[in-house]
Design a protein around this ligand. Structure first.
Ligand SMILES: [Mn+2]
Length: 327
């Protein structure tokens, strides 16, 4: 079996023009992994295009070269190599997928256990807590040099997907990578102040409204709350401000599964995020039941119906999963 790491490293050296993609509503891992690869390719003298349907969330705009990321154009363009990072299904790339003319190679670098391996070269490592950690591996084993700009992007990627190195997915390799990145010059204090202590006040107001209706159910083992369109309007918060809001439900003692429901601007459409705090409760399979996916301990899906129906169905499915796990 060819090592996908070395295969991809070969493509980066051999080809000239690259398109870097990730999922819409990008998180720190998506943005950090896209930018790290973009900076690496630029240093190699390559032509790099970075697309996302949605802009870089404000709190990640401090990352070096974040202005490289643009919305896909209206007309298709040709590339030598297309690389999708942190994207479990090709559909999650959004509109960008329709703006690719020709390509010689198609690469998928990801860590979602639900990844559909949609490309020609699929490097999917479910044991990696962040795609940024796989990109770190690519740089190390691929024999590329790690600059401070790349290190900042990768630290942001790994930190955000591991809950700043606190979730159960954090492993020795994440901490070794982090040590390496700090040795390269990453200033942890500065970086974390940007990511975790620079929230717009509107986000806190959104949280305030949402927490006022926090629901605890199933003997306080399921905690959830809603973000409604009305709350977004009243708080003036943006959709990107929702990243991490689920952690307040997750952090409650005794809670096994936390859910954040979000009403989408399209009528009758919702998204939900799920977090599990128990190794026996796999929220990826719960999300898959609703057409979504993710990881064992963190997953999500998009839903349709009325808020009441959606909530009842999801809570019942989680209750059953808890029961089936013998808890
Ligand atoms: Mn990720």
């Amino acid at each position: 079996m060819t090592d996908p790491c070395l295969q991809i490293a070969g493509l980066l050296r051999q080809h000239q023009s690259f398109l870097l993609l990730s999922h819409y509503r990008p998180d720190g891992d998506a943005i950090g992994s896209q930018l790290a690869l973009a900076i690496l390719l630029k240093a190699l003298g390559k032509q790099v295009t970075v697309w996302n349907d949605d802009p870089v969330p404000a709190k990640f705009r401090f990352l070096p070269h974040s202005d490289l990321l643009t919305r896909p154009p209206d007309a298709p363009r040709d590339f030598d190599v297309v690389i999708a990072v942190d994207t479990s299904t090709w559909q999650r790339v959004g509109v960008a997928a329709q703006r690719i003319g020709s390509r010689k190679a198609f690469v998928n670098i990801d860590h979602h256990v639900s990844n559909e391996k949609f490309a020609e070269i699929n490097w999917v490592v479910p044991a990696a807590p962040a795609t940024g950690q796989i990109v770190f591996d690519l740089i190390k084993r691929g024999g590329f040099s790690l600059s401070l700009d790349i290190a900042n992007c990768l630290y942001a990627a790994i930190a955000t997907d591991t809950g700043n190195f606190t979730y159960a997915n954090t492993n020795a390799a994440s901490l070794r990578a982090a040590a390496d990145l700090v040795e390269t010059g990453v200033n942890v204090g500065d970086l974390c102040r940007h990511i975790y202590e620079s929230y717009p006040y509107a986000r806190v107001q959104l949280l305030q409204m949402a927490l006022a209706d926090l629901t605890m159910t199933d003997r306080n083992r399921i905690a959830y709350y809603w973000l409604t369109n009305d709350m977004f309007q009243r708080s003036n918060a943006k959709r990107e401000d929702t990243e991490g809001l689920i952690d307040y439900a997750r952090s409650i003692q005794g809670v096994l599964v936390a859910v954040l429901f979000e009403e989408l601007p399209e009528p009758g459409k919702f998204r939900m995020s799920l977090r599990s705090k128990h190794p026996k409760v796999d929220v990826n399979s719960i999300a898959r039941h609703f057409g979504g996916g993710g990881h064992r301990e963190a997953a999500g899906a998009r839903l349709s119906g009325t808020p009441h129906e959606v909530e009842a169905k999801v809570v019942a499915t989680i209750s059953k999963a808890i029961q089936d796990a013998g808890l």
